[in-house]
Design a protein around this ligand. Structure first.
Ligand code: PLP
Ligand code: COI
Length: 360
């Protein structure tokens, strides 16, 4: 698909951009452009059209746009890194394209083909490449998303949809230096149920997690751990990350994909890197009791969270009401897998699985 490109007549000036890149934080600053593709329903089912790159700015949306009422929306999250060869690369974007399609199917939204998805990133980076930070694991966070823009209050899949990509320079998701995070175990709220939308990357899952996230913050915790009370409080995932446990005899354990958790691309990559280095990987149900007992008897030596925004972040403490399950600080396996994964993403470690894709 051909993108019409209209450069922003008033981009952020270079000095201000450099200031932002020196201390980007997470998700508060945005680049000069956005890529857009619209979709309209028609007799043959619907078609994508009006692909363009235009100035970043507020979207004109009818107050009756169905996304505002019924949350028909899906999104993705990925990162672009500047490599020593001057190129800008992203990590496994084909997997994000495929997941966006799966999420779209679950939310009765149209599927965007992989080629247009990749082109939207490339077209955006062609103009906004100066916004990719240099070094130290900093990256340009890419946020593709799709929403029902039709002005209609009936409850049915929208006939007008927009797909967009915005980009935001990003440092450490949890702020400052990498350090183990405290996690709040949510006993009052769950995130997903069988047949629900837990495996889709859709705004509603995050909206539903906010009150639990608020409880976490009130208790000095950075993220929420959601459980599955139907299955002996099996560990599901964090509000925005998957979870791994490391055992003293060299195994990696992560909750299996049961349809209620997000199929993380970082998760899948960690499984591969773990197997590459001879670790046994178990994808299975793991209860909170097993986690607590394992920490107590020394068989579970490390725990970490993983996702695009967080990369790999050690879990220091699990706060379950008055009980605190304390994992060892930043363990060796966590550190070493993080270094390898980040090394591949930033170009410092050989990309033996062909995971990188050059965007600009
Ligand atoms: N689980 C949830 C709920 C998420 O929001 C994310 C972040 O995207 C992940 C897991 C990790 O997914 P990925 O590694 O593809 O970023
Ligand atoms: C990501 O890691 O890309 C996410 O979407 C998670 C969110 C907590 C920022």
């Amino acid at each position: 698909m051909q993108f019409d490109v209209t450069p922003n007549p008033q981009p952020v000036d270079a000095a201000r951009r450099r200031e932002i890149l020196a201390d980007p934080g997470f998700g508060t600053h945005f680049t000069d452009h956005t890529a857009v593709v619209d979709w309209s329903w028609d007799e043959s089912g619907g078609h994508w059209h009006s692909a363009r790159v235009e100035a970043y700015g507020p979207i004109q949306l009818d107050p009756a746009a169905s996304v505002l009422h019924y949350a028909q929306e899906v999104f993705e999250g990925m990162k672009a890194y500047r490599h020593a060869d001057g190129g800008i690369y992203t990590f496994r974007p084909q997997a994000n394209a495929a997941r966006l399609q799966r999420s779209a199917r679950r939310l009765a939204l149209p599927e965007l083909d992989e080629a247009t998805f990749l082109a939207s990133l490339e077209q955006l980076l062609a103009l906004d490449h100066a916004w990719v930070p240099d070094g130290d694991g900093a990256a340009l966070y890419l946020r593709p998303f799709m929403y029902a823009s039709e002005a209609f209050l009936g409850v049915r899949p929208a006939h007008e949809v927009s797909y967009r990509v915005i980009a935001s320079p990003a440092g450490n998701y949890f702020g400052g230096e990498l350090k183990p995070v405290r996690i709040w175990v949510s006993r009052d709220y769950t995130r997903a149920a069988p047949g629900g939308t837990g495996a889709a990357k859709t705004g509603g899952n995050y909206a539903g997690s906010l009150v639990a996230q608020q409880q976490a913050a009130d208790n000095g915790c950075a993220q929420v751990l959601f459980l599955d009370p139907l299955h002996d409080n099996a560990v599901e995932e964090l509000g925005g990350m998957n979870v791994f446990l490391v055992t003293s005899d060299g195994r990696l354990i992560t909750p299996a994909l049961t349809g209620t958790i997000l199929e993380g691309i970082t998760r899948e990559s960690v499984i591969q890197l773990g197997r590459d280095r001879g670790l046994e990987v178990e994808e299975r149900r793991i209860t909170l009791d097993e986690w607590a007992r394992g920490v107590e008897d020394g068989t579970i030596t490390e725990a970490f969270a993983c996702g695009t925004a967080a990369v790999i972040t050690p879990i220091g403490e699990l706060v379950d009401g008055d009980t605190v399950i304390a994992s060892a600080g930043t363990g060796e396996v966590t550190t070493s897998i993080r270094e390898e994964l980040l090394g591949i993403q930033t170009g410092a470690v050989q990309d033996r699985h062909g995971w990188l894709h050059r965007l600009a």
